[in-house]
Design a protein around this ligand. Structure first.
Ligand SMILES: [Zn+2]
Length: 213
């Protein structure tokens, strides 16, 4: 069950006071194969970030100051969910955020397009952008290795985002890199299973595409 409440915040950039919704609690049942949590009840994704109605500064609610409730406080604008995360990425770029952080934010923009806006074109556009940035983060050693080494998970994810954007043969190359990265411990057994199932899926559509040509 998703619960939410209204808060009044002040934009740290232009001092505009506005009202917005924040999530009190939420839960999910299962995840998509690119880790999107399938929330039950109202989708909380749009409300995890706030967007200033005056200057479009966008970030997590904790980055805004608390404001005083007044009658005439404007409400946060209704924007597509993907746009909210696109604006957060713009804020993060200006703040010099890491490639990995930007990749995560644009991946959430894709989730928003998929699960909230139901906009396939935007979903694919952001999956593509996120994939390029995750790939860049891997190549510049920008993927966290502490407290957990996320590199095998992100390597799988790059493959899965290639698969989701219709590039099965490249997806297969990325999936093939994952298992040699694992030390055989039980901890990432779920990842081994995921790599196996998504490899099978990618192989199937790859073969079907070849037979169409
Ligand atoms: Zn502002």
């Amino acid at each position: 069950m998703t619960t939410w409440m209204d808060i009044v915040v002040v934009c740290p950039k232009c001092d505009t006071t506005f009202k917005g919704t924040v999530i009190g609690s939420c839960g999910y049942a299962g995840k998509d194969t690119d880790f999107y949590p399938r929330y039950w009840g109202a989708n909380p994704l749009p409300h995890f970030v706030k967007v200033c109605p005056s200057c479009n500064y966008a970030d997590h609610p904790s980055k805004f100051k608390q404001g005083t409730p007044r009658q005439d406080v404007p409400r946060e604008e209704k924007l597509p969910c993907w746009r909210r995360y696109e604006l957060v990425a713009e804020t993060q770029r200006q703040d010099g955020a890491s490639t990995f952080t930007l990749a995560q934010t644009l991946h959430r923009a894709a989730w928003g397009a998929r699960a909230v806006d139901r906009d396939k074109t935007k979903e694919l556009e952001f999956l593509h952008q996120a994939r390029e940035l995750f790939q860049q983060a891997l190549s510049e050693d920008g993927v966290p290795t502490e407290p957990d080494d996320l590199r095998p998970i992100i390597t799988y994810l790059v493959g899965e985002l290639y698969r989701r954007t219709g590039e099965e043969s490249i997806a297969l190359e990325w999936f093939a890199k994952v298992l040699p990265m694992l030390d055989g411990g039980e901890e990432l057994e779920w990842l081994t299973k995921l790599v196996e199932s998504q490899t099978a899926l990618a192989q199937k559509s790859h073969t079907e595409n070849l037979s169409k040509e």
